[in-house]
Design a protein around this ligand. Sequence first.
Ligand code: FA5
Length: 342
Amino acid sequence: MEQIKILEQEFDADLKNVQDDKSLEDLRVAYLGKKGKITLAMGMIREIAPESRREFGQGINAIKNKVESTINELKEKLAVEKVARDIANEKAIDITLPTKATKGSLHPRTTLQKEIEDIFVSMGFSVEDGYEVETEYNNFDAVNVPKNHPARDMQDTFWLDNGQLLKTQTSAAQNRILRKYNGPLKAIFPGRCFRNEALDHSHENTFFQIEGMLVDKDVSVANLIYFMKKMLSEVFKTDINIRLRPGFFPFVEPGFEMDATCTFCGGKGCSTCKNSGWLELCPCGMIHPNVLKLADYDPEKYSGFAFGLGFDRLVMLKTGLDDIRHLNSGNIKVLNQFGVKA
Ligand code: FA5
């Protein structure tokens, strides 16, 4: 019993030296660990004379309980003190001081898209949304490209396991939008398109188009030329001339490739326009009667034009970027030029 008393006194003395988690853990190991003083003392019970064993056992258990509860209480106290210290330290941080946070800005693509949307809205067009995951029907069949039509090979398609696809062209929304209006309409529908293409400075696998449609009675190519000229002149803030060359797309008849006077040389000829004075900008044409029929329009009553602007190429012309891949790269050095601060 004398030994137990000494053990208790030793513990009380050692306790006074505990200042932090580490020294508390050392104390715990020294008394309660595998080779701790209390653990060893408990192992001695068998060697105690039977008549003293009960008293010794009770004594050693009492001190074991005391040591355990003292250590637990102290552990809690240290934790509370640590939180209080952390809070006091945080108060030293002045959260109202200006930080080095930098201000972002819109991507050049977004800026130009908003500009073009505003131009068309001012001419009475609505802005519609298309899906990125589309049905084969909407992307191809509904725009007069049935299964096995050779035109399907022109657009290397990302197919999904469920038979749907990532839309290869904004034209995929034509049928849905025609059905939505079920009559005269003026709409543009910008969107992200996907093609499994070999990449180069003017080809991406993920790129943007802005499609437009105008459907009404007696619509003609003259209307198409007017709207395209107007839009381009507003975008480039100068009078832009356009010309149409024949182009084949199954969903328009007649179909055209629309060129605009080169914005770099004003039509004189330069390296960007390969000295032709013209830039190829936008396939377009008069909506094919089959496309109208597939959306339950009467082609005898209605006609319309559609265009599919290669929007990323327009962004390149507007910004002077020479590689389309910059637009998806997120490269801050590129974006910095357009107001994004690193
Ligand atoms: C089409 O996608 C037709 N749907 C456009 C259309 C709509 C024609 C309505 C008539 C009426 P095309 O595959 O040529 O056509 O693509 C249109 C434009 O998208 C191209 O002129 C080009 O500027 C852009 N484009 C096509 N593929 C890529 C690509 N891989 N990377 C970047 N731009 C591309």
